[in-house]
Every structure is written in C-alpha cells, then in structure tokens.
Design a binder for this molecule. Structure first.
Ligand SMILES: *Cc1c(COP(=O)(O)O)cnc(C)c1O
Length: 383
C-alpha cells in the first residue's frame, strides 16, 4: 500500500485544517443530543421537522418489524419489494402530485440512477456549479458531455443552452445544501422550455420544508409536473427517515426501474425503513402546523442574528450559514461553540470553495426560542 502514500495525504489534510472527525452521538437525533457525557443543543442536523425521533414513528417501526422482520433479503427486482415500499411510493407520488414515484436506498443513489440512465452519449448535462456531489458524480457516471454554469447565473446557463445542439438536461438543487439559497427555478423553467431541455430538480432540502403542505419547491413556486418532469427528493432530511425518491410520469419511473443501475443492483431498503418514512409522511400531512413552527423559528433566528450583528448568508430556508473564511478560524469558532454546548456543522473545502469555510447552522421546528437565544448569545460572544 506504500505507493498510495495514504498517510501523506492524511497528514496534509491535518496541516490544512481539513481533517474530518466523526463525533459519536450517544443519543437519538433530537434538538438535544449526548456526546460523551455532555448534553449539547443540536443545530447541525437536517432533521428540520424533528421527525427523526418522534413518538409515532417509533411505534410504527416496531409493528412493521413484527410483520416484515429486518432485512429485505434481495433487490427490488428479485424479491425485496415489499408492501411498505409500494405504499410509500404511492403516497409520495400523491403528495408531490406526480403519476408515480420510485424509492431509492439513498439520495446519492437516486441521483446516480437519474443521470446515468437518462443522459446518453451525445447528450449534454448542464449543471449549477454548487450542485450536490451526488449530481456531479451522476454526471461523471453517465456517457453524456458535462458542462457547468456559475451558481444561479442565468446568463451563463442560457449561453450553455444556446451553444448546445444535442439533447439537453439541466440539473439543479432547489435549495443549495451548503448555502441555503434557492435556485431561480422559474427562470430555469423558462430557459428549459425555450431551448427544449429536460429539467431535473433535486429537492432534498425543499421537500418537507417549502410550500403550504411541505411538498417542496414546486408547490412553493407553483411549478407544474410538466415544468419539472424529473423531481428527486430525500427522506433522510426533513422527513427524519432514510432513503430518497424520484417522481414523475409513469414512463420515467418505469424506465428507472428497468435501466437505473443504482436501483437495480442493490438490496432494497428494509421494509421497516419504508414504514417509518410513510408514517412520518402521514404525520406531516396531518400536522402541517409543524411547517409553520419551522418558518417561525427560521425568522426568529435570523432576526436575533441581525440584532446582534451576526452576518449570515442570505437564506430563508432551514439552512443558515455563517461565512468564516479560513479553515483554522472556523475550527476555533466551532470548538468554542462546542464548549458552550452547541453542535453546529463546520463546513470546509472541498465541500465548499477555498476560503469559504462556514458554520452551517440548521434550524428545526423543535427548537424553542430560549435555545435559539442561547445559540445567538454564544455566536455573538465568540464570532
Ligand atoms: C443529502 C443530499 C443528497 C443525498 O441524499 P442521501 O439520502 O443523504 O444520500 C442529494 N442531494 C442533496 C442536495 C442533498 O442535500
């Protein structure tokens, strides 16, 4: 293994302040988590609605285990496709107003399947520069040509579109995962129509957050299924579960079942996970007021930061980043927050661009005002 020089790369990461540690949680995913013997307030997770540890899902999972056991035993196409998977797909399709939906074990795999199977040799994929890594990897896996445009730069997107004669796919996050800002989707839809391109939207951070019922970016902006023909979202974030789905026309879903390699050649998620996802989806449908609680907390957090001269990146979503710049400064700040009892995401390159290391603060519907006040006080003191 010596020729690989693994240790050298690891040492370099440490020197550059880029080494990643995993913290071990001794608790469920909640607003209050336990690390070692310490209790911390959690402003780092994507469990925006507090559904990961809610009571109803624990009960649903226990009864699903009694009926279906644990492992699914095989891939979906062999014999791993159980009733909870199908029920979840039907419910998701209805919720996002699409003909059909297909669940995947992870969002990463869903994005690989979409791009690998839809974009062919001779086609072109045109992607926002700040898209999630799984979309970048999906483009690498496909035989299509791949082009990027500067973040949300519609002039550059139009240039890319007008210069491409091939079949075109435009790919974008709806809510950018490390910035929290929204893609200008109405404008993107207009350009896709003008240049006859297929739009693929990754709504991982919009699903369960945006829109009156929480069905995501399309609901929030009034975009039709025809305007966003390929919609992908994850179940491990606001839904507090695990997995992902793609929704669209029946032919799209059937095509992914037949040709999506990361759908076909992998074991189905355990039925118990599908049951948990479905329970949380139904919980959201029956309790839309949690979306208002989240919105209220986001607004409150932003206003308190503003009053305390804490500069945040412009975002109205649950992702509220505070730009720091250097890796070292970010790690120092994050350690101070940690010793004050706050768990916050410290995001560094290559996840984000050089010199744009940042705190990624995430707000949940389950935070109370006092917890938000305490975080803001610690940020004001340590920034
Ligand atoms: C988290 C995320 C994914 C990957 O989803 P997983 O289910 O965690 O694999 C894909 N796209 C975006 C924008 C994400 O934030």
């Amino acid at each position: 293994m010596k020729f690989l020089e693994l240790q050298k790369s690891l040492d370099e990461r440490v020197e550059q302040g880029l080494y990643r540690h995993r913290r071990i949680l001794n608790s469920g995913q909640k607003t209050q988590v336990i690390i070692g013997d310490e209790s911390l307030l959690n402003f780092a997770s994507n469990d925006y609605l507090g559904l990961a540890s809610q009571q109803a899902v624990k009960g649903a999972i226990s009864s699903s285990v009694d009926q279906y056991g644990f492992g699914s035993g095989a891939s979906h196409l062999i014999c791993g496709h159980q009733k909870p998977h199908q029920d979840l797909e039907d419910a998701l399709a209805q919720f996002v107003n699409r003909e059909a939906a297909l669940t995947f074990s992870t969002g990463y795999m869903a994005n690989l399947a979409i791009l690998q199977s839809l974009a062919k040799k001779g086609d072109v994929i045109i992607a926002d520069k700040l898209n999630h890594a799984s979309l970048i990897d999906g483009a690498r896996l496909s035989s299509a040509e791949s082009k990027r445009y500067s973040h949300c730069d519609m002039t550059m997107l139009e240039q890319r579109l007008s210069h491409s004669k091939q079949n075109k796919f435009v790919v974008t996050d709806s809510v950018f995962s490390m910035d929290g800002d929204l893609a200008p989707l109405k404008e993107i839809v207009r350009l896709c129509e003008k240049y006859n391109a297929v739009l693929i939207v990754d709504d991982a951070h919009g699903f369960g957050v945006l829109g009156e019922t929480g069905s995501g970016i399309c609901e929030a902006l009034g975009l039709t299924p025809k305007e966003v023909p390929v919609l992908m979202a994850t179940l491990g974030k606001s839904l507090g579960g695990y997995g992902a789905f793609v929704a669209g026309e029946k032919a799209l879903i059937d095509y992914l079942i037949q040709f999506g390699r990361s759908y076909i050649y992998t074991t189905a998620m355990p039925a118990v996970i599908a049951s948990g996802n479905l329970t949380n989806l139904n919980y959201l449908r029956n309790n839309p007021e949690i979306l208002l609680r989240l919105k209220k907390n986001i607004k409150y957090f932003k206003s308190q930061c503003y009053q305390n001269n804490i500069d945040l990146l412009p975002s109205d979503t649950a992702i509220q980043p505070m730009l720091v710049g250097s890796n070292e400064a970010l790690l120092r700040l994050n350690e101070k927050l940690f010793s004050d009892g706050f768990l916050v995401g410290a995001i560094r390159p290559p996840t984000v661009a050089e010199d744009s290391a940042r705190l990624r603060i995430t707000v949940s519907a389950e935070h109370n005002q006092q917890q938000i006040d305490e975080l803001v006080a610690s940020l004001a003191k340590n920034k």
